[in-house]
Write a protein that binds this ligand. Structure first.
Ligand SMILES: [Zn+2]
Length: 230
């Protein structure tokens, strides 16, 4: 049986969440959660999302969605505010043990390593009585993925490369926690580059165009033709 993950981007609609540096929490966490959702599916997880667009969903409704679907794990995506920097994660007060604590520790390690490698601190593994953590019946975590009102954090949260790396750190943590081999994303496929006597002459995706480029090179009498996948 596939493992079912419920991805819960915080806030939405009339509730923007935290705001700062031209960013809104609801927008950034939706983008991160949607990407994580796709990457988890690529690893064979079943997934549901509590929202996939800019809609307001109540906290109990979010937990109900996960409970009704019999999700195996619940991940809530948030951004912090109010004076600080870096990453912290939450489990329900008193539940930092058993499966909830074990899974959180693995995911926390991967995400904290990523923040630290980007110069932002690990604020640690925390507990709180948050509604989505209290009302979900499966193990659950709430990720606070940086401070939207901190200049250094917000700069990272505006950076597409940082955000894709962050998604990978989360997905890697989930994979490790559930014993699923993590596979890094494949870089975008450009095509085949044709190099004649050390000079690049073009990049082609179509088989016929590659062959035509080789024919042209041969007719020019070049001594070395390299065709390299890029
Ligand atoms: Zn939030």
């Amino acid at each position: 049986m596939a493992i079912l993950i419920c991805n819960d981007p915080g806030h939405g609609g009339t509730d923007p969440g935290a705001q700062g540096n031209g960013l809104q929490e609801k927008t950034v966490v939706l983008e991160i959660a949607l990407k994580a959702n796709e990457r988890l599916k690529a690893h064979g997880f079943q997934t549901i999302m509590t929202r996939t667009d800019d809609t307001f969903i109540g906290l109990s409704e979010r937990a109900d969605m996960a409970n009704r679907a019999h999700a195996n794990y619940f991940i809530s995506y948030h951004l912090n505010a109010g004076g600080g920097s870096g990453f912290e994660s939450y489990v329900m007060d008193g539940y930092d043990n058993g499966e909830t604590g074990r899974i959180r520790s693995v995911i926390h390690s991967r995400v904290a390593e990523y923040f630290v490698s980007n110069g932002l601190p690990d604020r640690g593994k925390k507990q709180a009585d948050f509604a989505v953590l209290r009302e979900t019946v499966m193990p659950a975590v709430l990720l606070e993925l940086g401070f939207i009102d901190n200049g250094a954090d917000a700069e990272k949260l505006k950076d597409a490369v940082f955000k894709s790396g962050l998604v990978e750190a989360i997905v890697r943590g989930v994979c490790e926690a559930f014993g699923v081999p993590y596979v890094p994303p494949t870089p975008p496929y450009l095509g085949y580059r044709v190099i004649e006597d050390g000079v690049q002459t073009g990049t082609y995706r179509e088989h016929n165009n590659i062959l035509a480029a080789i024919d042209r090179a041969l007719s020019r009498g070049v001594s070395e033709i390299i065709v390299r996948k890029v």
